[in-house]
Design a protein around this ligand. Structure first.
Ligand SMILES: [Zn+2]
Length: 282
């Protein structure tokens, strides 16, 4: 059994504020400990069912150097490094293409524009006002589910902020969900302690691994991604990319036969749209 864990940080135990999310933030190192504890709990849950499982953890937040390697469960290996084009064209999912039987999204958040959503955004907060996949506004989890499915990997568990549950339930009933905290607003939540979330994450991961009859591919076939940019100059830069379809002065699109190929194009165009790359993409 091979399992890929796509790991973000905004939906991890105890994380409610941008200060906890970047290396220069005041509570970042504490949040790193919460992060690796959530990930280890999920790994333990997988190993409870498949003691020989091969587990790859994809560090998928910002610099993608957040998970503490020395504290990671020794049964897992870790994908470390920024999502530049030459490194990680699949962004948070880079590494999954080397083989996985199931995937989980750990520590996630709601999509850009979610009313009252805790640390809500879609991939690049400064760029993406809304991302649509075949016409429907989507967040990172749904996008990842489609990309994973086009690579034949079912998404079997999602963990994150409580406001994410309804976003996930809007498109799937087969993927399990664990809330690490109850969202109050953009930077506040009622948080469960690490001990409690570790127990819940371990149990949910075990249950998801046992319930193979519920695993489901959210394959959407031909895929068109459309991005509403926050600033018109971002769209202008995007439209200089050879693979882009200009839709309006603030919206661009990419298309491909499957979600993974469309996503690789999307990520490439988004990096072009940014112009000067932020520190976490260098
Ligand atoms: Zn994210």
């Amino acid at each position: 059994m091979r399992v890929f864990l796509a790991v973000d940080m905004e939906g991890v135990t105890g994380v409610v504020h941008p200060d906890q999310l970047t290396p220069d933030g005041r509570n970042y190192s504490q949040a790193q400990k919460y992060l690796v504890a959530d990930v280890n709990a999920v790994i333990n849950g997988i190993l409870d069912v498949y003691p020989e499982a091969e587990i790859t953890v994809g560090d998928g937040h910002a610099t993608m150097r957040n998970v503490l390697l020395e504290e990671l469960h020794p049964a897992a290996q870790l994908v470390i490094g920024a999502a530049t084009l030459s490194n990680k064209p699949l962004c948070q999912l880079e590494g999954v293409q080397f083989g996985a039987d199931a995937a989980m999204c750990i520590g996630y958040h709601t999509k850009a524009g979610t009313q009252g959503g805790l640390l809500a955004h879609t991939y690049i907060g400064s760029l993406i006002a809304e991302l649509r996949m075949n016409g429907q506004a989507v967040g990172e989890v749904q996008t990842n589910a489609a990309v994973l499915s086009s690579l034949n990997v079912p998404l079997v568990l999602v963990s994150g902020n409580s406001d994410l549950e309804s976003e996930v339930r809007a498109w799937t009933s087969s993927t399990a969900f664990v809330a690490t905290k109850r969202t109050l607003g953009p930077t506040a939540a009622i948080c469960k302690t690490p001990e409690r979330t570790a127990r819940e994450l371990r149990e949910a991961a075990s249950k998801a691994m046992i319930s193979r009859e519920t695993w489901y591919l959210h394959d959407i076939g031909s895929t068109r991604f459309e991005v509403d940019t926050k600033q018109p100059e971002q769209c202008e830069r995007a439209c200089s990319h050879p693979q882009v379809i200009a839709v309006s002065s603030s919206t661009f699109a990419v298309e491909a036969d499957n979600a993974a190929d469309a996503f690789r194009q999307l990520w490439s165009v988004c990096l072009t749209a940014l112009g000067d790359l932020p520190f976490w993409l260098r």
